[in-house]
Design a protein around this ligand. Structure first.
Ligand SMILES: [Zn+2]
Length: 139
């Protein structure tokens, strides 16, 4: 039996549904604007009512960067990407290490460790963007 390594949970709000990972955002019940992380007051219309909304499990990489220097709580180098989700919101997520990112590539959300470290020095488990190959892509 495979040993599953337990990692400290990071600050991400997400749900696991089968093999799919979804970030949990919010959608304004007045104007429909979508936010991640969840907002109690709409940033577009200032309405105070919203519902939870799943983001993902796939998105398109809008742009990305590689971080070489950071504060001590981050293990460098690492990559960050802005991902456009079909729920009409763009979210900054770390990218898995074994990828050469290209703008417009389709990513799926996965759980991976780093780059942010827990206070004890162990990497957090965070939602990352990972490349998706054609056969895996959902309709
Ligand atoms: Zn609104």
């Amino acid at each position: 039996m495979a040993q599953i390594e337990q990692r400290p949970k990071g600050p991400d709000r997400y749900e696991v549904d089968g093999e799919n990972i979804y970030l949990l955002g919010s959608q304004c019940s007045a104007c429909g604007a979508v936010f991640y992380p969840e907002q109690t007051v709409c940033g577009r219309c200032a309405h105070r009512g919203s519902k939870s909304l799943r983001l993902g499990p796939e998105g398109v990489l809008y742009t990305w960067t590689r971080i070489h220097q950071s504060t001590s709580e981050f293990q460098t180098p690492y990559m960050l990407g802005y991902v456009d989700f079909p729920q009409n919101v763009r979210v900054l997520v770390p990218l898995v290490e074994n990828v050469e990112p290209t703008m417009g590539m389709v990513l799926k959300l996965v759980l991976a460790t780093g780059p942010k470290m827990a206070p004890g020095g162990e990497p957090f488990e965070l939602v990352h963007g990972a490349p998706i190959v054609g056969e895996e892509r959902q309709a």
